[in-house]
Design a binder for this molecule. Sequence first.
Ligand code: VGL
Ligand code: ZN
Length: 206
Amino acid sequence: MNALILVDIQNDFLPGGALPVPHGDEVVAVANRLLDRFPVIVATQDWHPENHGSFAANRGQQPGTMAELGGLPQVMWPNHCVQNTGGAAFAPGLNTARIQRVFPKGTGPEIDSYSGFFDNRRRKATGLGDYLTLKGVTHVFVLGLATDYCVKATAIDAQQLGFTTTLVLDGCRGVELNPGDCDRALEEMQRAGVRLVQSVDLATNR
Ligand code: VGL
Ligand code: ZN
């Protein structure tokens, strides 16, 4: 059984948002086009409290610098995807009606969660892994935002959990804080066993 995982396709990650991913809006059409082909569709949603420790303003830091959170190195981000704000809402135009379950992440102030499966210390699961297993999913297709953070972490965790994992390249865009970050992320995913495809090369699964 195949599942589509839509990673963090949220307003704050679109151009004009609080943590804009260049051309992030372009993944929406790719996502919508693929929806009909998957029996299982889930989404992750970055869902932070106002006092989240990854927010530079809460730490007296500048966005884009490095700090520490929960004992791990942590990029300091602009405030973004605050729970129940418009910035945390899914992108307008994303066909959310077919999303069967949403998995919020980054909900605790003391730890970030790039992966849709676990927090960054891998202490707590979001439930996504168990959900997919319960649905009989063996192969997951991942797309969304951002290639070099949450997409990468989600795809690698999926593969490591035993799901055959395919990244839909044209359905992803990255932050690229440092030049080359997206290319390195793709290499890292491939090294972990993640396959890369273009959406046009996906056969219809119906
Ligand atoms: C993300 C940075 C901070 C992402 C989330 O969705 O890739 N990046 N929070
Ligand atoms: Zn975040």
